[in-house]
Design a protein around this ligand. Sequence first.
Ligand SMILES: [Fe+2]
Ligand SMILES: [Fe+2]
Length: 139
Amino acid sequence: MSKHHLIWNENVHPVGIAAIDRQHREIIERVNLISDMVAQGNRHEATQEEMEDLILFTVEHFALEERLMAEYGFPGLDTHIAEHAILFQQIDNLRNALRTPNPTKAALVSAFLTDWAEQHILHSDKEIGAFLAARGCSQ
Ligand SMILES: [Fe+2]
Ligand SMILES: [Fe+2]
């Protein structure tokens, strides 16, 4: 297993809304896979394909969170959407970086995982999870 893997921790990562947690789990698995592919020097094309899939999945994930926040009147909606926009920019940058030979690829994937999974999920997404759960959201 790559040292750049992030391990899903049932005591730490869940935000309390099952649909969001399922997607977060999948996102972490997908980024771990990309991390492995980069570490093993896989074909650019294969890594690119995984990256494209991750991007599509991310679009779906952000849309779910944003829909739930809007539906339940989350007060920090605009700030959260702005964070998603920044993360999306980072994914796009990562996609571009992985397209070309780049000795720091593994570090880039790892930095992305940390920013996203450790920062955004553990802080911002937990806030929306707590808010939604308190309002009886059962997604
Ligand atoms: Fe989010
Ligand atoms: Fe999220």
